[in-house]
Design a protein. Structure first.
Length: 209
């Protein structure tokens, strides 16, 4: 089974409470999504490989460590995943960014792909897929399947809120993918929305209806 981490850090939980509040406007909502993404990314990158180098300080030569290899690629699922990009790039500014465009068919609730642009050297990178909401799991499953065709070193999924149904579906489809989210909510409603959730993340990030 996939490794699943539900982030219980007090700062994440505090920010998530404000994020859920229906009174929180788009400007503050965007800032909170970015901040939560930074905090989750800190944990999701804990196992990045390191190598030892020598660094000359003003006092002496020190044996220090840097990240080894080609580092990371972040792949947000459009459009809500875009809200997490600035937050993760604040932590790893040298990372490459790909994009996968998916929308959910309102009748079948299945993902429909309309765009996929990934870094040319993605096979040499570790990939973290970004999407605030893991609802049915369909979009994440499809996006990860597309990325796997390019043979990356490793894939992780980073979200903010997950439904039990989506988490189970993603674990079943991609048991090799580590999953990092800030909260596991109760269930999905008949429209495929997470309950209690926070509404439509894309609409709240971009101020649309």
């Amino acid at each position: 089974m996939a490794k699943v981490m539900i982030m219980d850090h007090p700062l994440i939980q505090h920010k998530l409470t404000i994020l859920r509040d229906e009174r929180t406007g788009s400007k503050e909502f965007r800032a909170l999504v970015s901040e939560i993404a930074t905090l989750i990314c800190y944990e999701a990158t804990r196992d990045l490989p390191l190598r030892e180098v020598e660094t000359k300080t003003p006092v002496a030569v020190a044996k220090t460590k840097i990240i080894d290899g080609k580092k990371l690629a972040f792949v947000p699922i459009l459009r809500a995943g875009l809200g997490m990009v600035d937050g993760v790039l604040a932590l790893v500014p040298s990372a490459r960014v790909g994009h996968i465009g998916l929308y959910r068919d309102p009748k079948t609730l299945m993902p429909v792909e309309y765009y996929c642009k990934l870094p040319a050297d993605i096979s040499e990178r570790e990939v973290i897929v970004l999407d605030p909401m893991l609802a049915t799991g369909g979009s994440a499953i499809d996006a990860i399947a597309q990325i796997k065709k390019r043979g990356p070193k490793q894939i992780k999924f980073m979200g903010i809120i997950a439904a039990p149904e989506g988490l189970a579906a993603l674990e079943k489809a991609h048991p090799d993918v580590e999953i990092y989210v800030a909260a596991l909510d109760d269930h999905l409603n008949d429209h495929g929305y997470i309950v209690p959730g926070l509404g439509d993340a894309g609409d709240r990030i971009f101020g649309t209806k």
